[in-house]
Design a protein around this ligand. Structure first.
Ligand SMILES: C[S@@+](CC[C@H](N)C(=O)[O-])C[C@H]1O[C@@H](n2cnc3c(N)ncnc32)[C@H](O)[C@@H]1O
Length: 223
């Protein structure tokens, strides 16, 4: 049993590539202090639960993109307990909103509480259920953020393309998938991430790049 566990651990660590050198990540984190109570509480909760949030570096990046883009409607596929959505919401202007979608009701309840404490509940819609189904209820989406289970990325793209506004921005997290995109022995998540990246880069109606920040953030602008 111990040997099996050891082999599994070794195989896992072999198949994880930290995209950015940890010393650089540490340096970047030090440059980006945070004193917002809700952001700090959510980061602490993620650490305790080992819950995969986008993290502060990507949060700030999304926040900046949102300020530049000034969207009226942001739709998030896979909101967890609302950390990434809070970064969007804090950057939204008058009358704009972010739609949170998430399977787990208790995560959405926590997100709502955090948004209320932050005074931003009026900038959000909190939806429990399948993100792909809920997402399709919206039109003219200015920013689509994809952070659901990785095997669903290509299907999410197909479902959501007709719902995007002209000049929409598609943002997807984990598009380097801890380096598994360069491995030969991949599984269905890795295959889906690779297919999703190829789909996005092959489209002439989108201009796409991947920023190798944390686990790779894909940005795709609809021309
Ligand atoms: C990586 S976490 C999201 C983290 C969040 N974006 C953040 O950074 O704060 C992915 C979440 O998506 C949810 N999820 C995965 N597939 C989903 C689907 N099809 N519909 C709704 N939620 C989904 C999971 O329950 C999980 O909470």
């Amino acid at each position: 049993m111990e040997t099996i566990k050891k082999n599994l651990t070794e195989r896992r660590s072999r198949s994880m590539i930290q995209i950015t050198d940890p010393r650089i990540e540490g340096y970047l984190m030090k440059l980006q202090p945070e004193d917002d109570a809700q952001i700090l509480a959510m980061e602490e909760k993620a650490r305790e639960m080992k819950f995969p949030i986008i993290d502060r570096l990507v949060g700030r990046f999304l926040h900046l993109l949102t300020r530049l883009k000034q969207p009226k409607l942001v739709v998030e596929l896979g909101s967890g307990f609302g950390y990434s959505a809070l970064w969007f919401a804090r950057a939204l202007g008058e009358g704009a909103k972010v739609v949170l979608t998430e399977y787990a009701e208790k995560n959405i309840a926590y997100a709502r509480q955090m948004f209320e404490e932050e005074g931003l509940a009026d900038k959000a819609e909190f939806r429990v259920g399948n993100a792909l189904e809920i997402g399709q209820e919206y039109d003219n989406i200015d920013i689509l953020f994809i952070d659901i289970d990785k095997y669903q990325y290509p299907a999410a793209l197909e479902a959501m393309l007709p719902r995007l506004a002209q000049n929409a921005l598609v943002i997807a997290d984990n598009t380097l998938w801890y380096g598994r995109v360069v491995e030969e022995n991949s599984n269905k998540d890795s295959e889906a991430v690779k297919r999703f990246n190829e789909l996005m880069f092959s489209r002439s109606d989108f201009f796409t790049t991947i920023v190798p920040l944390r686990d790779g953030v894909l940005l795709s602008y609809r021309i």
